[in-house]
Design a protein around this ligand. Structure first.
Ligand code: 13P
Length: 258
C-alpha cells in the first residue's frame, strides 16, 4: 500500500495496436468518460507512432501517457530506436521497461533493462519495471528468486533511484486468460516490498502493479489485495468499457481507503 489511504495506478499497455486515427477515436472517448477520481491515476501507453497525437488528444484531461519502451542513449546511431529525450518532449510521464515481450521476443537482457531504467530516471520519466517468472520457473518454485534477480540487477547500480513503479507480470499469465490467484499475487507483492527494502528503497513509496490477463471480472479481487497498487492491463485496455470498469473499481476501492 502506498501512502495513507489507497491509491492506484491503472495503466493500459496497448502494445502494437491502434493506428493514429484509432488512437484519437479511443482517447476522445476515454477523456470524455474518465473525469478522474481521487486516489486513481489512469495512464495509456500507445505505440510510438501515435504518442504525439495522443498527447494532443489527452491534453487537459485526467489521462496521462506512457511509452512502451525506450533506448538508453539521448541520441545516436541506433536505427529504429527512440530516446528518453524524444519522449520527454512528447509529454510522456511514464515508460514501461523490461516487459517480458521485449525480454523474450527481442532478446533484451538484464544489463539492457538496467540501462533503460537508469536513462528513464535521468530524464524525468517514471519507469514501470516489469518483472515475473515464466511457467517453467514457476513450476520449479523459482518465482521469488527470479523476481529478486530482475529487481536487483536494475537497482544495484543506482545510488538513489528516485520515483519508479514495479509491475509483477508472470509470463504465463500474459495474454493467456490465466490470472494468478489474488493470494499468490499478494504474496509476491509482499516479497517485492521486502526486496525493495533490502535494496535500500523506501518500499512503501513504490507502487507495485499486477499484470497478466487482468479484466473487469478479476480486477476487484486483485486490486483489493493489500500490496497491489494497480494494474498493467494489456488486452482489456483495448476495450474502453472494460478498461473504464477496471479504473472505476480502483476508484471505489480508493474511496473506501481499505
Ligand atoms: P494481458 O492483459 O493481455 O494479459 O497483457 C498483460 C501485459 O502484458 C501488460 O503489459
Amino acid at each position: 500500500m502506498v501512502g495513507d489511504g489507497r491509491s492506484y495506478l491503472i495503466v493500459g499497455n496497448w502494445k502494437m495496436h491502434r493506428t493514429v486515427s484509432e488512437t484519437v477515436e479511443a482517447l476522445l472517448e476515454l477523456t470524455q468518460r474518465w473525469k478522474g477520481a481521487e486516489g486513481v491515476k489512469v495512464v495509456i501507453c500507445p505505440p510510438f507512432t501515435a504518442i504525439l497525437i495522443a498527447a494532443k488528444t489527452v491534453a487537459g484531461s485526467e489521462i496521462r501517457l506512457g511509452a512502451q519502451n525506450l533506448h538508453w542513449a539521448p541520441e545516436g546511431a541506433f536505427t529504429g530506436e527512440v530516446s528518453p529525450v524524444m519522449l520527454q518532449e512528447l509529454a510522456v510521464d511514464y515508460v514501461i521497461v523490461g516487459h517480458s515481450e521485449r525480454r523474450i521476443l527481442f532478446q533484451e537482457d538484464g544489463p539492457a533493462v538496467a540501462k533503460k531504467f537508469a536513462a528513464a530516471l535521468e530524464n524525468g520519466l517514471l519507469p514501470i519495471l516489469c518483472v515475473g517468472e515464466n511457467g517453467a520457473e514457476r513450476e520449479a518454485g523459482r518465482q521469488g528468486q527470479i523476481v529478486e534477480e530482475q529487481i536487483r540487477e536494475v537497482l544495484t547500480p543506482l545510488k538513489e533511484p528516485g520515483k519508479f513503479a514495479i509491475a509483477y507480470e508472470p509470463v504465463w499469465a500474459i495474454g493467456t486468460g490465466k490470472t494468478a490467484e489474488p493470494e499468490d499475487v499478494q504474496r509476491m507483492h509482499g516479497h517485492i516490498r521486502t526486496i525493495l527494502g533490502k535494496c535500500g528503497v523506501a518500499a512503501g513509496q513504490v507502487p507495485i502493479l499486477y499484470g497478466g490477463s487482468v479484466n473487469a471480472s478479476n480486477s476487484a479481487s486483485l486490486l483489493s489485495q493489500r500490496d497491489v497498487d494497480g494494474a498493467l492491463v494489456g488486452g482489456a485496455s483495448l476495450r474502453n468499457d472494460e478498461f473504464l470498469a477496471i479504473a472505476g473499481q480502483a476508484a471505489q476501492l480508493a474511496g473506501r481507503k481499505i
